[in-house]
Design a protein around this ligand. Sequence first.
Ligand SMILES: Cc1ncc(COP(=O)(O)O)c(C=O)c1O
Length: 364
Amino acid sequence: MKRFEFGRVYNFGPGPATLPLDVLKSAQTELLNYEGTGMSMMEISHRSPTYDRLHNRIKADILTLMGLGDDYDVLFIQGGASLQFAMIPMNFATVERKGAYVLSGVFSSNAYKEAATLGVGSIAASSKEENFRRVPTQDELSIDPSAAYLHICYNNTIYGTEFHYIPEVSVPLIADMSSDMLSRPLAFNKFDLIYAGVQKNLGPAGVVVVVVRRSMVENIRADLPTMLRYDTFIKKNSMYNTPPVWSIYMVGKVVRWIMEQGGLASMAERNARKAKLLYDVIDGSDGFYRGHAEPNSRSFMNVTFRLPTEELEKQFTVEAADEGLVGVKGHRLVGGMRASIYNAMPLEGAEALADFMSRFRRAH
Ligand SMILES: Cc1ncc(COP(=O)(O)O)c(C=O)c1O
Protein backbone atom coordinates (compact mmCIF):
# COMPACT_ATOMS: atom_id res chain seq x y z
CA MET A 1 0.00 0.00 0.00
CA LYS A 2 1.31 3.43 -0.92
CA ARG A 3 2.16 5.68 2.02
CA PHE A 4 2.59 9.42 2.35
CA GLU A 5 4.45 11.61 4.86
CA PHE A 6 5.14 9.84 8.19
CA GLY A 7 3.84 6.58 6.70
CA ARG A 8 0.32 7.97 6.74
CA VAL A 9 -2.53 7.36 4.30
CA TYR A 10 -5.32 9.65 3.11
CA ASN A 11 -8.19 8.58 5.32
CA PHE A 12 -11.62 9.26 3.79
CA GLY A 13 -13.45 7.51 6.63
CA PRO A 14 -16.66 9.15 7.88
CA GLY A 15 -15.66 9.31 11.56
CA PRO A 16 -13.57 8.81 13.54
CA ALA A 17 -11.90 10.74 10.80
CA THR A 18 -8.59 12.19 9.77
CA LEU A 19 -7.13 14.92 11.98
CA PRO A 20 -4.84 17.75 10.84
CA LEU A 21 -1.24 16.53 10.80
CA ASP A 22 -0.09 19.69 12.62
CA VAL A 23 -2.55 18.95 15.42
CA LEU A 24 -1.29 15.39 15.84
CA LYS A 25 2.31 16.55 15.84
CA SER A 26 1.62 19.24 18.42
CA ALA A 27 -0.16 16.74 20.69
CA GLN A 28 2.78 14.37 20.26
CA THR A 29 5.22 17.08 21.32
CA GLU A 30 3.20 17.89 24.43
CA LEU A 31 2.33 14.34 25.33
CA LEU A 32 4.85 13.81 28.11
CA ASN A 33 4.96 17.31 29.50
CA TYR A 34 2.17 19.79 28.83
CA GLU A 35 3.39 23.37 29.23
CA GLY A 36 5.93 22.51 31.92
CA THR A 37 3.46 20.71 34.21
CA GLY A 38 5.41 17.46 33.92
CA MET A 39 2.17 15.71 32.96
CA SER A 40 0.24 14.93 29.81
CA MET A 41 -3.16 16.41 29.22
CA MET A 42 -4.60 12.96 30.02
CA GLU A 43 -3.22 13.17 33.56
CA ILE A 44 -4.05 16.72 34.57
CA SER A 45 -6.83 17.43 37.05
CA HIS A 46 -9.85 19.06 35.53
CA ARG A 47 -9.89 21.25 38.66
CA SER A 48 -6.39 22.62 38.01
CA PRO A 49 -5.87 26.23 36.87
CA THR A 50 -3.95 24.88 33.85
CA TYR A 51 -6.95 22.93 32.62
CA ASP A 52 -9.41 25.63 33.58
CA ARG A 53 -7.57 28.20 31.44
CA LEU A 54 -7.51 25.85 28.48
CA HIS A 55 -11.19 24.87 28.87
CA ASN A 56 -12.32 28.50 28.89
CA ARG A 57 -10.03 29.46 26.02
CA ILE A 58 -11.46 26.70 23.83
CA LYS A 59 -15.01 27.83 24.56
CA ALA A 60 -14.09 31.42 23.69
CA ASP A 61 -12.32 30.31 20.49
CA ILE A 62 -15.37 28.37 19.32
CA LEU A 63 -17.66 31.37 19.86
CA THR A 64 -15.16 33.66 18.12
CA LEU A 65 -14.99 31.37 15.08
CA MET A 66 -18.78 31.22 14.94
CA GLY A 67 -19.14 34.98 15.39
CA LEU A 68 -21.31 34.50 18.47
CA GLY A 69 -21.37 36.60 21.64
CA ASP A 70 -21.91 35.80 25.30
CA ASP A 71 -25.63 35.29 24.84
CA TYR A 72 -24.42 31.81 23.79
CA ASP A 73 -22.52 29.27 25.86
CA VAL A 74 -20.43 26.29 24.78
CA LEU A 75 -20.96 23.01 26.62
CA PHE A 76 -18.95 19.78 26.52
CA ILE A 77 -21.15 16.72 27.01
CA GLN A 78 -20.41 13.01 26.74
CA GLY A 79 -22.71 10.31 25.39
CA GLY A 80 -22.18 11.18 21.72
CA ALA A 81 -24.52 13.07 19.47
CA SER A 82 -26.89 10.18 20.14
CA LEU A 83 -27.43 11.34 23.73
CA GLN A 84 -28.33 14.78 22.39
CA PHE A 85 -31.14 13.09 20.44
CA ALA A 86 -32.65 12.25 23.85
CA MET A 87 -31.61 15.32 25.85
CA ILE A 88 -33.17 17.77 23.41
CA PRO A 89 -36.75 16.50 23.71
CA MET A 90 -36.32 15.80 27.43
CA ASN A 91 -35.26 19.38 28.11
CA PHE A 92 -37.43 21.30 25.70
CA ALA A 93 -40.47 19.39 24.40
CA THR A 94 -43.79 18.53 26.04
CA VAL A 95 -46.87 16.66 24.91
CA GLU A 96 -48.57 20.02 24.27
CA ARG A 97 -45.54 21.63 22.62
CA LYS A 98 -43.87 18.91 20.63
CA GLY A 99 -40.50 19.07 18.94
CA ALA A 100 -40.79 19.16 15.12
CA TYR A 101 -38.29 17.13 13.07
CA VAL A 102 -37.09 17.22 9.50
CA LEU A 103 -36.25 13.67 8.48
CA SER A 104 -33.39 13.88 5.99
CA GLY A 105 -31.41 10.74 6.80
CA VAL A 106 -30.53 8.18 9.43
CA PHE A 107 -29.42 10.46 12.23
CA SER A 108 -32.28 12.93 11.98
CA SER A 109 -34.63 9.93 12.00
CA ASN A 110 -32.86 8.60 15.11
CA ALA A 111 -33.27 12.00 16.74
CA TYR A 112 -36.99 11.97 15.95
CA LYS A 113 -37.28 8.43 17.31
CA GLU A 114 -36.13 9.57 20.74
CA ALA A 115 -38.70 12.37 20.81
CA ALA A 116 -41.38 9.97 19.58
CA THR A 117 -40.50 7.47 22.31
CA LEU A 118 -41.18 10.21 24.85
CA GLY A 119 -44.43 11.07 23.05
CA VAL A 120 -43.18 14.58 22.23
CA GLY A 121 -42.10 14.36 18.57
CA SER A 122 -43.75 15.43 15.31
CA ILE A 123 -42.57 15.31 11.70
CA ALA A 124 -42.17 18.63 9.86
CA ALA A 125 -40.97 17.12 6.56
CA SER A 126 -39.31 13.99 5.24
CA SER A 127 -37.40 12.94 2.14
CA LYS A 128 -37.47 9.25 3.08
CA GLU A 129 -39.66 8.32 0.10
CA GLU A 130 -36.85 9.52 -2.17
CA ASN A 131 -34.24 7.48 -0.32
CA PHE A 132 -32.97 10.71 1.26
CA ARG A 133 -31.42 11.94 -1.99
CA ARG A 134 -32.09 15.53 -1.01
CA VAL A 135 -33.03 17.62 1.98
CA PRO A 136 -36.59 18.95 2.14
CA THR A 137 -37.06 22.54 0.98
CA GLN A 138 -38.33 25.47 3.02
CA ASP A 139 -41.72 25.21 1.24
CA GLU A 140 -42.12 21.61 2.35
CA LEU A 141 -41.73 22.36 6.06
CA SER A 142 -44.94 22.05 8.01
CA ILE A 143 -44.42 23.25 11.57
CA ASP A 144 -46.99 23.79 14.28
CA PRO A 145 -46.45 27.43 15.40
CA SER A 146 -46.55 26.25 19.01
CA ALA A 147 -43.83 23.62 18.47
CA ALA A 148 -41.04 23.63 21.05
CA TYR A 149 -38.43 23.71 18.28
CA LEU A 150 -37.52 22.59 14.77
CA HIS A 151 -34.71 20.00 14.66
CA ILE A 152 -32.66 19.50 11.52
CA CYS A 153 -29.51 17.57 10.69
CA TYR A 154 -27.44 20.02 8.66
CA ASN A 155 -25.24 17.46 6.95
CA ASN A 156 -26.37 13.90 6.39
CA THR A 157 -23.21 11.88 6.74
CA ILE A 158 -24.54 8.62 5.30
CA TYR A 159 -26.46 9.93 2.29
CA GLY A 160 -24.05 12.77 1.45
CA THR A 161 -26.59 15.57 1.49
CA GLU A 162 -26.41 18.93 3.19
CA PHE A 163 -28.72 21.86 3.82
CA HIS A 164 -27.95 24.75 1.50
CA TYR A 165 -30.29 27.08 3.39
CA ILE A 166 -31.15 27.89 6.98
CA PRO A 167 -34.86 27.27 7.59
CA GLU A 168 -36.82 30.42 8.35
CA VAL A 169 -38.95 29.49 11.34
CA SER A 170 -40.80 31.21 14.15
CA VAL A 171 -39.84 28.51 16.67
CA PRO A 172 -36.36 27.80 18.13
CA LEU A 173 -34.04 26.17 15.61
CA ILE A 174 -31.84 23.22 16.63
CA ALA A 175 -29.25 21.60 14.37
CA ASP A 176 -27.14 18.48 14.49
CA MET A 177 -23.91 19.60 12.80
CA SER A 178 -21.88 16.55 13.75
CA SER A 179 -20.44 16.18 10.28
CA ASP A 180 -20.09 19.79 9.15
CA MET A 181 -19.47 21.83 12.30
CA LEU A 182 -17.03 24.70 11.64
CA SER A 183 -16.66 23.72 7.98
CA ARG A 184 -17.91 27.09 6.72
CA PRO A 185 -19.34 30.39 7.95
CA LEU A 186 -23.08 30.42 8.60
CA ALA A 187 -25.49 32.83 10.30
CA PHE A 188 -25.08 30.79 13.48
CA ASN A 189 -27.15 33.34 15.40
CA LYS A 190 -30.23 32.00 13.61
CA PHE A 191 -29.82 28.80 15.61
CA ASP A 192 -30.75 28.33 19.26
CA LEU A 193 -28.82 25.13 19.79
CA ILE A 194 -26.17 23.49 17.63
CA TYR A 195 -24.44 20.27 18.56
CA ALA A 196 -21.74 18.08 17.10
CA GLY A 197 -20.14 14.81 18.05
CA VAL A 198 -16.55 15.94 17.51
CA GLN A 199 -15.17 12.81 15.84
CA LYS A 200 -15.53 14.13 12.29
CA ASN A 201 -14.55 17.76 11.97
CA LEU A 202 -13.36 18.69 15.44
CA GLY A 203 -11.31 16.04 17.17
CA PRO A 204 -11.24 12.50 18.51
CA ALA A 205 -14.43 10.76 19.72
CA GLY A 206 -15.46 11.28 23.32
CA VAL A 207 -17.21 14.61 23.55
CA VAL A 208 -20.02 16.59 21.98
CA VAL A 209 -19.74 20.34 21.55
CA VAL A 210 -23.08 22.03 22.23
CA VAL A 211 -23.45 25.71 21.41
CA VAL A 212 -26.62 27.00 22.99
CA ARG A 213 -28.40 30.33 23.33
CA ARG A 214 -28.49 30.90 27.07
CA SER A 215 -32.14 31.95 27.04
CA MET A 216 -33.05 28.47 25.71
CA VAL A 217 -32.14 26.84 29.02
CA GLU A 218 -33.67 29.24 31.48
CA ASN A 219 -36.76 27.25 32.35
CA ILE A 220 -35.88 23.58 32.17
CA ARG A 221 -38.43 21.27 33.77
CA ALA A 222 -37.64 20.33 37.36
CA ASP A 223 -38.00 16.56 37.09
CA LEU A 224 -34.89 15.74 35.05
CA PRO A 225 -31.81 14.01 36.48
CA THR A 226 -28.81 16.28 36.96
CA MET A 227 -26.65 14.91 34.13
CA LEU A 228 -29.46 15.12 31.58
CA ARG A 229 -30.12 18.83 32.16
CA TYR A 230 -28.49 21.47 29.97
CA ASP A 231 -28.59 23.95 32.86
CA THR A 232 -26.26 21.71 34.90
CA PHE A 233 -23.63 22.05 32.17
CA ILE A 234 -24.12 25.83 32.04
CA LYS A 235 -24.00 26.34 35.81
CA LYS A 236 -21.02 24.04 36.32
CA ASN A 237 -19.10 25.07 33.18
CA SER A 238 -19.38 21.45 31.92
CA MET A 239 -17.50 20.23 34.99
CA TYR A 240 -20.22 18.82 37.23
CA ASN A 241 -18.59 15.49 36.50
CA THR A 242 -15.09 14.83 35.18
CA PRO A 243 -15.03 16.07 31.60
CA PRO A 244 -13.21 14.11 28.87
CA VAL A 245 -10.16 16.30 29.20
CA TRP A 246 -8.14 14.72 26.38
CA SER A 247 -10.92 15.01 23.79
CA ILE A 248 -11.59 18.62 24.75
CA TYR A 249 -7.86 19.43 24.58
CA MET A 250 -7.71 17.98 21.07
CA VAL A 251 -10.79 19.98 20.04
CA GLY A 252 -8.92 23.04 21.29
CA LYS A 253 -6.00 22.22 19.02
CA VAL A 254 -8.24 21.67 16.00
CA VAL A 255 -10.05 24.94 16.66
CA ARG A 256 -6.72 26.84 16.85
CA TRP A 257 -5.63 25.11 13.65
CA ILE A 258 -8.80 26.32 11.91
CA MET A 259 -8.03 29.85 13.10
CA GLU A 260 -4.47 29.61 11.78
CA GLN A 261 -5.80 28.47 8.39
CA GLY A 262 -7.81 31.68 8.16
CA GLY A 263 -11.02 30.70 9.97
CA LEU A 264 -14.30 29.46 8.57
CA ALA A 265 -14.20 31.43 5.31
CA SER A 266 -10.93 29.79 4.41
CA MET A 267 -12.23 26.35 5.48
CA ALA A 268 -15.28 26.87 3.25
CA GLU A 269 -13.15 27.79 0.29
CA ARG A 270 -10.89 24.74 0.71
CA ASN A 271 -13.82 22.43 1.31
CA ALA A 272 -15.64 23.70 -1.78
CA ARG A 273 -12.53 23.13 -3.90
CA LYS A 274 -12.14 19.56 -2.63
CA ALA A 275 -15.81 18.77 -3.19
CA LYS A 276 -15.75 20.27 -6.69
CA LEU A 277 -12.81 18.07 -7.67
CA LEU A 278 -14.80 14.93 -6.84
CA TYR A 279 -18.20 16.06 -8.12
CA ASP A 280 -16.60 17.18 -11.40
CA VAL A 281 -15.23 13.67 -11.94
CA ILE A 282 -18.66 12.18 -11.17
CA ASP A 283 -20.47 14.62 -13.49
CA GLY A 284 -17.95 14.17 -16.29
CA SER A 285 -17.97 10.38 -16.19
CA ASP A 286 -20.84 9.75 -18.66
CA GLY A 287 -22.77 7.89 -16.00
CA PHE A 288 -19.91 5.61 -14.88
CA TYR A 289 -20.08 7.27 -11.47
CA ARG A 290 -23.59 8.03 -10.24
CA GLY A 291 -23.90 10.50 -7.38
CA HIS A 292 -26.46 9.59 -4.73
CA ALA A 293 -27.36 13.17 -3.75
CA GLU A 294 -29.38 15.48 -5.95
CA PRO A 295 -27.06 18.28 -7.09
CA ASN A 296 -28.82 21.04 -5.12
CA SER A 297 -28.45 19.05 -1.86
CA ARG A 298 -24.90 17.83 -2.36
CA SER A 299 -22.72 17.69 0.72
CA PHE A 300 -19.36 19.44 0.88
CA MET A 301 -18.26 16.87 3.46
CA ASN A 302 -19.38 13.41 2.31
CA VAL A 303 -19.39 12.65 -1.40
CA THR A 304 -21.50 9.56 -2.12
CA PHE A 305 -21.53 7.73 -5.44
CA ARG A 306 -22.07 4.36 -7.03
CA LEU A 307 -20.30 2.49 -9.82
CA PRO A 308 -21.86 0.37 -12.59
CA THR A 309 -21.62 -2.91 -10.64
CA GLU A 310 -20.95 -4.09 -7.09
CA GLU A 311 -17.93 -5.98 -8.43
CA LEU A 312 -16.40 -2.74 -9.67
CA GLU A 313 -17.22 -1.10 -6.35
CA LYS A 314 -15.28 -3.78 -4.50
CA GLN A 315 -12.40 -3.44 -6.92
CA PHE A 316 -12.45 0.35 -6.51
CA THR A 317 -12.07 0.03 -2.74
CA VAL A 318 -9.16 -2.39 -3.05
CA GLU A 319 -7.29 -0.44 -5.71
CA ALA A 320 -7.86 2.88 -3.93
CA ALA A 321 -6.37 1.39 -0.75
CA ASP A 322 -3.33 0.27 -2.76
CA GLU A 323 -2.82 3.92 -3.59
CA GLY A 324 -3.05 4.95 0.06
CA LEU A 325 -6.65 6.20 -0.29
CA VAL A 326 -8.58 4.39 2.45
CA GLY A 327 -12.05 4.47 4.01
CA VAL A 328 -13.95 5.08 0.77
CA LYS A 329 -16.49 2.30 1.14
CA GLY A 330 -20.02 3.68 1.46
CA HIS A 331 -22.56 2.94 4.17
CA ARG A 332 -24.57 -0.22 3.50
CA LEU A 333 -27.83 1.79 3.27
CA VAL A 334 -26.57 3.65 0.21
CA GLY A 335 -23.99 1.18 -1.08
CA GLY A 336 -21.15 2.22 -3.33
CA MET A 337 -18.60 4.76 -2.19
CA ARG A 338 -18.42 7.63 0.24
CA ALA A 339 -15.45 9.97 0.37
CA SER A 340 -15.47 12.05 3.53
CA ILE A 341 -13.50 15.23 2.96
CA TYR A 342 -13.78 17.02 6.28
CA ASN A 343 -11.76 20.12 7.19
CA ALA A 344 -8.63 18.09 7.93
CA MET A 345 -8.49 16.34 4.54
CA PRO A 346 -5.80 18.19 2.60
CA LEU A 347 -6.45 19.36 -0.93
CA GLU A 348 -3.76 16.90 -2.08
CA GLY A 349 -5.86 14.03 -0.70
CA ALA A 350 -8.90 15.07 -2.73
CA GLU A 351 -6.69 15.59 -5.80
CA ALA A 352 -5.24 12.11 -5.41
CA LEU A 353 -8.71 10.59 -5.13
CA ALA A 354 -10.07 12.55 -8.11
CA ASP A 355 -7.09 11.45 -10.17
CA PHE A 356 -7.57 7.82 -9.11
CA MET A 357 -11.28 8.00 -9.99
CA SER A 358 -10.50 9.29 -13.49
CA ARG A 359 -7.90 6.57 -14.10
CA PHE A 360 -10.17 3.85 -12.68
CA ARG A 361 -12.98 4.91 -15.00
CA ARG A 362 -10.72 4.91 -18.07
CA ALA A 363 -9.42 1.46 -17.14
CA HIS A 364 -12.94 0.04 -16.85
C1 LIG B 1 -24.85 13.72 11.57
C2 LIG B 1 -24.62 12.74 12.67
N1 LIG B 1 -25.34 12.83 13.80
C3 LIG B 1 -25.18 11.98 14.81
C4 LIG B 1 -24.27 10.96 14.76
C5 LIG B 1 -24.12 10.02 15.90
O1 LIG B 1 -23.02 10.41 16.62
P1 LIG B 1 -22.49 9.62 17.90
O2 LIG B 1 -21.86 8.38 17.40
O3 LIG B 1 -21.51 10.60 18.50
O4 LIG B 1 -23.64 9.38 18.80
C6 LIG B 1 -23.47 10.82 13.62
C7 LIG B 1 -22.47 9.73 13.54
O5 LIG B 1 -21.95 9.38 12.53
C8 LIG B 1 -23.67 11.73 12.55
O6 LIG B 1 -22.94 11.62 11.43
